[in-house]
Design a protein around this ligand. Structure first.
Ligand code: LFR
Length: 486
């Protein structure tokens, strides 16, 4: 067959999906085989992922994917959000439900870590922006627990699911780079940091890289999904953002990207990390991408702000809400969409109103006004990240690519073009799944290097272009207002 069929398992914070990708020399088609909710559960000990439900969704999805190709899948790849993990005992059994990165256990932990390794030293060695949920802080928070004491293995979420599917344990590098235990210069473990923080790197399985084989589906999995074996599992950029960046359809190197979804991850693809003190102060991260590239980016709260409001409002129609936001006056009030104060779930409309009140701005009242405040604030955060990244890395850009779920939000794309003063190319929406599929196809010799992958995307995927419009002075003024309010 000149066209091969790959299944991409792509797990997001609110839903999981299994997509079927068909790839050939001039073909790149993606179809959704199965989508399921990912609902974190609050139990007395805290906020947890329902990882068995996720695995069940993956199996259902693989069965559905098989229905697209007569049970003959050429390979499977898995990506998910970053930083979280499951612990296994010596028998390989899962010890408890993986803790959600929004769980409160990491509150106040950073100060303890920095008492052993000062924040500046930590940045110079790992290149990761401060986020309370980085695995390093989670492991420090868990230090005294019996669960960690009895653990023999730590598997990041996509690695855990791969282990259940194949029986083989590994640690995928792009996702490992979000633990804050990897040195972005050597692309290997940061042994000295781990030693000083008393973190046992022996818990991690050996590193593997996108494109490496990760085993074959176990006989029981074949039986349960009706697939015809052998079905290889291929290591992809298992951090969803790494897969999404791989699927940015850029035609040259002068681009910035914004991966939009629950988060906005805005930045550049570089050959080497930027580890300056200025970069640390600007809270930029150096995660790893395909082929040893560096994803130099900032985490911005993203559409989480809107998702949480929509949940609080009882799930009104999104189209109607966005129309109301489009009609509401622009740049009336803005909040800092990078502020960790918005990390935890709950009471989001009130928290946004409060942030406007304390910074002396008009308080948005209707859902339309609050939505406009969120989208203006996100666009402003995108503007700052794109400008700061160019300056700090000395890497100028001519265009901003928006990929991921936010590409479906035309108002957000236009506001981002206006705020950045640059053309925005929006699409593909399913970037993580496409990056996942393309890395599998590349491992099987169907596409060439990263540039070939991007060319194939640019040729085959529908993209929308937004030209900057509006008043640049209004965005400058809003930025000043926000800086002064901090
Ligand atoms: C996006 C993402 C971000 C990561 C956050 C938490 O889905 O993977 O890149 O910072 O989730 O894991």
């Amino acid at each position: 067959r000149s066209v091969k069929v790959y299944a991409a398992v792509d797990l997001g914070a609110s839903s999981g999906r299994v997509m079927v990708g068909r790839v050939g020399p001039d073909t790149l088609e993606l179809a959704e085989a199965h989508r399921f909710v990912n609902r974190p559960v609050r139990v007395p000990e805290g906020l947890r992922w329902d990882v068995l439900a996720l695995y069940g969704g993956v199996l259902d999805g693989l069965r559905a994917a098989g229905a697209h190709c007569g049970g003959e899948l050429d390979s499977v790849g898995i990506d998910s959000w970053a930083v979280d993990y499951g612990l296994l005992d010596a028998d390989g059994a899962l010890l408890g439900n993986p803790v959600h990165y929004r769980d409160a256990r990491t509150e106040g932990v950073a100060e303890k870590v920095w008492a052993s390794v000062p924040a500046a030293e930590l940045y110079a060695a790992t290149g990761l922006q401060y986020a309370p949920f980085n695995t390093l802080y989670q492991l420090t928070a868990a230090r005294e627990t019996r669960q960690l004491a009895s653990a023999e293995r730590l598997l990041l979420i996509p690695d855990l699911l791969t282990y259940w599917l194949t029986g083989e344990a590994g640690t995928e590098l792009t996702n490992a780079s979000t633990t804050q235990l990897i040195d972005p210069r050597t692309r290997g473990w940061a042994h000295e940091i781990a030693r000083r923080l008393d973190i046992d790197l022996g818990l991690f399985a050996p590193l593997r890289r996108p494109g490496d084989p990760a085993g074959v589906l176990r006989a029981e999995v074949l039986e349960e999904t009706g697939l015809t074996g052998p079905v290889p599992v291929t290591t992809v950029g298992s951090h969803d953002t790494a897969s999404a960046v791989a699927a940015v359809p850029a035609v040259d190197e002068r681009f910035a990207y914004i991966c939009t979804g629950t988060w906005s991850l805005a930045g550049l693809e570089l050959d080497a990390p930027v580890l300056s003190e200025e970069s640390r102060a600007a809270n930029f991260t150096n995660e790893l991408g395909l082929d040893g590239t560096v994803r130099y980016l900032r985490n911005i709260m993203g559409l989480w702000l809107l998702q949480e409001c929509v949940r609080a409002w009882g799930n009104p129609d999104l189209g109607t809400l966005l129309r109301a936001a489009g009609e509401a006056p622009g740049l009336r009030s803005v909040v800092d969409a990078g502020d960790a104060a918005f990390l935890a779930p709950g009471r989001m409309p009130e928290r946004i109103a409060e942030a406007c009140r304390v910074s002396g701005q008009p308080v948005p009242e209707t859902p339309g006004e609050i939505t406009r405040c969120i989208l203006d604030s996100l666009a402003l955060a995108h503007r700052r990240a794109v400008a700061d990244a160019q300056r700090l890395a000395g890497h100028p850009v001519d265009a901003v690519h928006i990929v991921g779920g936010g590409t479906r939000n035309a108002l957000l794309c236009q506001l981002t073009a206006d705020a950045c003063g640059l053309p925005v190319v929006a699409g593909p929406a399913e970037a993580a799944a496409l990056g996942n599929v393309l890395v599998q196809a590349r491992a099987h010799g169907l596409v060439g290097d990263r540039t070939d992958m991007r060319r194939l995307l640019a040729r085959t995927q529908p993209l929308t272009r937004y030209e900057p419009s509006g008043d640049p002075a209004a965005w400058r003024a809003a930025e000043t207002r926000l800086t002064e309010a901090r």
